[in-house]
Design a protein around this ligand. Structure first.
Ligand code: AHG
Length: 359
């Protein structure tokens, strides 16, 4: 007789299991429940599209609308998603403070509410240029421990390397709403069952293939890239006729969550390298609430994440909104791209160090 199919478990059941296994405490469990609940509300808001009055730019003082701390135009849904996450996390007693792409400084817990021991960082709506054209967007978050004896956390208290993360996750608002989560014991996927309103475990212990046949990069920046990136991507494009001896396919959604979710599902690599246009700012993507949480998720699924020169999670952050180059995905391919950069830098001895640090 065939065994009956295993009933999928909910996120809440999964969190209870993780507590019993000693991977998380009650406060972190509550934090994840609250973030997941907020993301369900963001999913509802994004699903309304034009009918919800949520498309377009946020009104403001900047040219064409409101400008955020990054100097980027804010969409209405950026602001709505930020408010949903702030409001949901204000009163539960699980947070010491939180920080967001949309706010210059950390947000303190309002007076009158209890404080917890965790720091939450998030990009409330990643890939927001895709909102108005009905393409997947997402939320990315990272959880750190608040240093002992700090009651009013400031930016400096958030500046911990990615290796200190207690949890990281993202939610993709696509054809399905999908949460991917790690506590440092594997990477797991939950799919929102809309009729019931629960995230259900859909993949446990995700493994990313070590070899890649797909890469994601914004090719329109090619002429601005540094020589090792030009060489590396040139070889991928040459396919079977070049030194790599195989063909690679290319995809670029322009929502990091969607590109990363493809990699978490079927392997591949994602690159946002340094280029001449963004040299001064150090990269395009933000370390604390984009690169670090994605690196944690990818590494826990057996992949690798570097800046092209160093392991992302070992960087000592210097600013809440610091930007870094991002190379992540299938381990062997990230290693090739990273080696090309180190060799071009004449840093042959660092090749072994990076190999060791990304395992
Ligand atoms: P934002 O959240 O400000 O829309 O940024 C999106 C990020 C990331 O999600 C995506 O991979 C990348 O920027 C897209 O960059 P390009 O505009 O160069 O395509």
């Amino acid at each position: 007789m065939k065994p009956s199919p295993i009933k999928p478990i909910s996120l809440i059941q999964f969190l209870i299991e993780e507590r019993r296994a000693g991977h998380i405490n009650a406060e972190l469990s509550l934090l994840i429940e609250v973030v997941a609940r907020a993301c369900k509300r963001i999913a509802v808001a994004t699903n309304k599209g034009a009918l919800g009055g949520v498309l377009g730019m946020q009104a403001g003082d900047g040219e064409g609308g409101s400008i955020n701390v990054q100097g980027e135009a804010q969409k209405k849904l950026d602001v709505i998603s930020n408010e949903i996450l702030l409001e949901a996390n204000a009163w539960g007693g699980h947070l010491a403070a939180c920080a967001s792409e949309e706010m210059e400084d950390p947000q303190q817990i309002p007076d009158g509410y209890p404080k917890g021991n965790h720091l939450l960082l998030f990009d409330p709506l990643d890939g927001s240029s895709n909102i108005d054209v009905n393409i997947s967007v997402g939320t990315i978050f990272s959880v750190l421990r608040c240093p002992d004896d700090v009651t009013e956390p400031k930016a400096e208290h958030f500046l911990q390397p990615g290796t200190e993360q207690l949890a990281a996750g993202y939610v993709v608002y696509g054809p399905a709403t999908t949460l991917v989560l790690t506590f440092g014991h594997g990477t797991h996927e939950f799919t929102l069952e809309r009729e019931v309103g629960s995230f259900m475990l859909s993949r446990r212990g995700i493994r990313i293939p070590e070899e890649a046949t797909e890469f994601a990069i914004n090719m329109s920046n090619q002429r601005h890239w540094q020589p090792p990136m030009q060489r590396y991507i040139g070889e991928l494009l040459a396919g079977t006729t070049g030194p790599r001896g195989k063909d690679f396919n290319m995809r670029w959604v322009a929502s990091m969550v969607a590109d990363v979710h493809r990699i978490v599902t079927r392997g591949g690599v994602f690159y946002y390298p340094l280029d001449a246009k963004i040299l001064k700012q150090g990269g395009k993507l933000r370390l604390m609430y984009e690169a670090n949480p994605m690196a944690f998720i990818i590494e826990q699924a057996g992949g690798a994440a570097t800046t092209g020169r160093e392991r992302i999670m070992q960087l000592q952050p210097t600013g809440l909104h610091q930007r870094v180059p991002v190379f992540l995905g299938s381990k062997k391919e990230v290693e090739v791209a990273t080696h090309y950069h180190l060799i071009a830098d004449g840093a042959q001895n660092q090749v072994d160090d990076v190999d060791r640090s990304i395992g």
